[in-house]
Design a protein around this ligand. Sequence first.
Ligand code: NAD
Ligand code: ZN
Ligand code: ZN
Length: 342
Amino acid sequence: MKAVRYVQAGRPPEIVDLPTPTPGPGQVLLRVAGAGVCHSDLHVLDHPMFPHAFTLGHENAGHIAALGEGVAGWKEGDAVAVYGPWGCGHCHACQGSAENYCEQHASLPVMGGGLGADGGMAEYMIVPSPRLLVPLGKLDPVQAAPLSDAALTPYHAIKAALPWLRPGADVVVIGIGGLGHMAVQLLKALTPARLIACDIDEAKLAHARALGADHTVNTRDAKQAAEALRALVGARGADVALDFVGAQPTVDLCARIVGRASRIAVVGLGGGTLHYAANQPPYGCEVSVPYWGSRTELMEVIALAEAGRIHAEVEAFPLEQAVDVYQRLREGRIQGRAVLMP
Ligand code: NAD
Ligand code: ZN
Ligand code: ZN
């Protein structure tokens, strides 16, 4: 089978031929229908995070192709999403379904399929345990693949911010790409807050408006953007800022535009540092660095999609175009989420 492989930091991914894997005891073989192309893969490709080669793709959905010995409760052909952050499965966090915060993460050899272990940018993928599968119901796996990260990650961040997102509140969303375009829809589905979307690309801002953002601000010029945002939110400041970029200009912007007793969630891994001084960010502000989401939250995201309340805007490509698709993502030329179809 064809697979898109991480080989070495600083080099583009390679498409190679691999034998089709067979599931061992307790494992499940997935026939991949769609593998989302996440910006985190660009961080993986650029920085020496992993010492060995592996198949990329950590945002996966498809159909069960075979069950390993001892796996019950599923059958061949079932449509499933793969829960991405693979924890130890036994600690307090994992037992509570929050494998994204596994207590053993530092000693685990891989972070998940497509993040150290072989992922979904191949015709088949081994899922190490059926506990990592969530049924898709009637959803099309190609359209549903981004739910497992591009939707789950903002859902987790927004759920924790719900106490701030009351009627009359202002929420600022920075970066309307794969995660951000889902965040806009999730905020509209879950909260009455007024939503201000920010990006450096006018097409992404138009996309945010089409998805229901109340206002948009271009943040290419950080000083002008801070002034435009301040004019919108007034002296009170924003109640919540969700940063899906995480670069220095965007974390600085978050700290400048939130008010007292607010919340900042930095989701993007753009390498920025949030500086602290007295009353900066303002007093009472809570800062969080959420990572992915829990297994039960993935079930909730899928339920929202099944109810028609959210949908990923998918640009689908054949697996063979992976190298070009990563380049397009790097250049900001993907609207919504790119999904590779093996
Ligand atoms: P993406 O490339 O699809 O979207 C990024 C968006 O940010 C684009 O629309 C781009 O125009 C915009 N942008 C870039 N620089 C900007 C700036 N200075 N100001 C405003 N907008 C700007 O990326 P994605 O797949 O949505 O991922 C977003 C970030 O989230 C990445 O850093 C990724 O690694 C990270 N991520 C984190 C988690 C987590 O659990 N913490 C999970 C998934 C992804
Ligand atoms: Zn990701
Ligand atoms: Zn664990």
